[in-house]
Design a protein around this ligand. Sequence first.
Ligand code: ZN
Length: 381
Amino acid sequence: MPELIRSVRALAETIGPRPAGSAAEAAAARHVRERWESLGLTVQEETFRTVTTFSWPQGAVYLLGVAAGLATLLRPAAGVLLGLAAVILFWGEVDGPAWVSRLLARATSRNLWTRIPPREQPRRTLVVSAHLDSSRAAAAFDPRRVQLFRATFLGVAAGLAGVPLLAAAALWWPGIAPAALLPTAYLAVTAALLGQRELCFRFVPGANDNASGVAVLLGLAEGLRSSPPARLELWLLATGAEEAGLMGMRAFLERHGPELADAWFLNLDNLGRGELVYTTAEGMLRPHATAPELQAAARRAADRLGIPARPQAFRTMSTDALPALARGLPAMSILALDERNLLPDWHWYTDVADNVDASNLEDACRLALGMVEELDGVGRD
Ligand SMILES: [Zn+2]
């Protein structure tokens, strides 16, 4: 399947970095559209509003936490209210409806999707997704300290929760109020780092994250077009703005969630290097278990085809599977991780096509095709 690595080069080298809502992201969508149309597929395009980076909404929430911490020194009751608002908005960004991202959304991005009908009467639908956009680098993604990313994030969560708790304690025991300065300082530093990210770092080529997933999605379209499943209907979905708060998948589910209430969702992300895994749980704050039927299909397909792939919880960063899981829809991701369970070259300038392994892409594509066969057989009578 030499076309898989060619797809990665087309997206990561010819088009290059693809910020959410940018002309480059739109060019990536055009590339996918042309490839699908060359297979005779009918392509749907749906636009939506998005932020261009997660730094602004996250930074706004952290600064609200800072304001709550400072208010605690003067008026603990105000610290409680502001601090609770920051906690709720933070949950909304990470695990909820992303109110702040929606409020700040000024750019336009798009989702593309196409449908591959089965040979017979459809029994169930599988939505396979991969995101088109790439991320901006940041100090936190520097390979020398990227393994601290999750601890830093949990520190933010603890800091945001700590401020209203300390403010509430200060209502009865005013002497404790200065302790709120500790989480406040931590939140101020992390907010400043998000500002530094926007000022000092560039968007990355995104060969592994996620031209690799899009390449496999395109490979799937070719494989399934020539031999479609018997009873499983396929929707192939290329999302925009995943790196900017999963805004593409959110928009897709708002439009199509009701008609896909019985569908499975398989997400493809970072498949270019490392060991293939299928996720057992996702979610940075609350762990959402992935669909047991999808896990079973991945395990059976891997065993049958002799592809090394293992189950693994992935909670370092949210993927496009999360909005589906948060809605109670059965979803799962396939990723490739390094020996530290991190994504290789994650959000860094080394995320280039030369660091993507063609054999990884082929294994991932065979695994996904094998899963389609397994799911096509689920409930067969
Ligand atoms: Zn990604």
